[in-house]
Ligand binder design. Structure first.
Ligand code: KG4
Ligand code: ZN
Length: 358
């Protein structure tokens, strides 16, 4: 089973060829640089850039694998959630190829792509506990099977990646913020600034990062003009300390709420043994290390995709396509791209779980 995966839901135009033997035959990712000047993704610019590059990205993906399009068994495209202009570009390209090649089409939920990647790269079995943390989403879920998720918690405001991006913008670091904050944090003192851990003591598994971001803003605003040096908003040492303190605060919240979710996971799925982190923020090595420590202290096995497969890519869509194709889960060519597409539609209930926000 060989599947072409197409990804275009945010600011990466990507394609990949993956088979059911867990082999990545080729992968091409074009990260749009057009957004850097704006400190965030501009939807209209993103859609145009996807349209401009999608054909060459798909062609290059076949060329690198030395395969002709007729070699594939199905075409999978990320069909949402995401910026609808970009999603439509990838879905149209995927449907056109499927039609021309007379192969089945698979509409993949972008979040399911993130969620299943660890099964491609590690020995992860259903059911597993998942922290899905990206630029647009931050959720804790039980993954029962393909297309079958129970959500245990979610952010009630900003996603963790969004908070990284906004704090990086405030600090004048650039976009995307996560990797830049992680780099600066490596040289900083994570105990220097006392920052809040919103919702830390709430009884549920929900998260919140908006207040944390505001707390960082207040620290930045407390600096007088004299403190501000050329080319950086803050003195280098202070900048590193803020980044480290912020990264620690986000990590503390994510680790703590995932640890809470372990309890529900155990009650709901007594045979479950895996804990997974996925999504762009999962590329953060500090966060990965702390999550691993927590999971192992609970007697669970921790897995995360390789760093290059945490941020958006075509491999994750192709692999979700493989898993769906193996179960005969195909879509018709009138499938409409979905700007909103919760993973837990038709979800089974978790044992003792309640009060999860929609
Ligand atoms: O999954 P992704 O590529 O796109 C979405 O589906 O949103 O995630 C992008 C997010 C951005 O917010 C980016 O700042 C964050 O992932 N990110 C990181 C790191 N690398 C990417 N956050 C923290 N540390 C990183 N090393
Ligand atoms: Zn993503």
């Amino acid at each position: 089973m060989l599947v072409l995966g197409i990804e275009s839901s945010c600011d990466e135009t990507a394609a990949a060829l993956v088979n059911d033997k867990k082999q990545i035959l080729s992968s091409t990712v074009l990260s749009q640089s057009e957004h850097k000047a704006f400190g965030g993704v501009v939807p209209e610019i993103a859609a145009r850039a996807h349209l401009e590059h999608i054909d060459e990205i798909i062609e290059e993906t076949f060329r690198k694998a030395a395969l002709s399009p007729s070699a594939i068994d199905a075409v999978a495209a990320a069909a949402g959630p995401g910026l609808i202009g970009g999603v439509a570009v990838g879905v149209m390209a995927g449907k056109a190829l499927a039609l021309a090649l007379d192969k089945p089409f698979i509409a993949v939920n972008h979040l399911e792509g993130h969620a299943l990647t660890a099964r491609l790269t590690s020995d992860v079995n259903y059911p597993y506990l998942l922290l899905l943390t990206s630029g647009g989403h931050c959720q804790i879920l039980i993954v029962h099977d393909v297309g079958c998720f129970t959500r245990l918690g979610t952010t009630i405001d900003d996603a963790a990646g969004e908070a990284f991006d906004k704090v990086a913008k405030m600090l004048g670091l650039g976009y995307p913020g996560g990797p830049l904050i992680e780099k600066a944090a490596a040289l900083g003192d994570e105990n220097r600034f006392v920052l809040p851990r919103p919702l830390y003591n709430s009884p549920d598994c929900n998260l919140s990062f908006s207040g944390l971001k505001t707390a960082v803003r207040k620290i930045i605003e407390s600096y007088s003009e004299d403190d501000i040096i050329e080319h950086a908003i803050l003195p280098e040492k202070d900048l590193a300390d803020i980044c480290a303190s912020f990264q620690k605060a986000v990590t503390d919240c994510l680790v703590h709420k995932l640890q809470k979710a372990v309890h529900t996971f155990r009650n709901t799925c007594p045979n479950g043994r895996d804990v997974v982190v996925a999504g762009g923020v999962a590329a953060n090595t500090y966060l990965r290390a702390h999550l691993k420590q927590m999971a192992e202290s609970q007697g669970l096995i921790f897995s995360a995709p390789p760093i290059s497969l945490c941020t958006d890519n075509g491999v994750m869509i192709a692999w979700a396509g493989v898993e769906r194709a193996l179960k005969g889960m195909f879509n018709t060519l009138d499938f409409k791209p979905r700007p909103r597409w919760p993973l837990d539609e038709n979800a089974p209930k978790a044992a003792g779980a309640g009060g999860v926000k929609a």
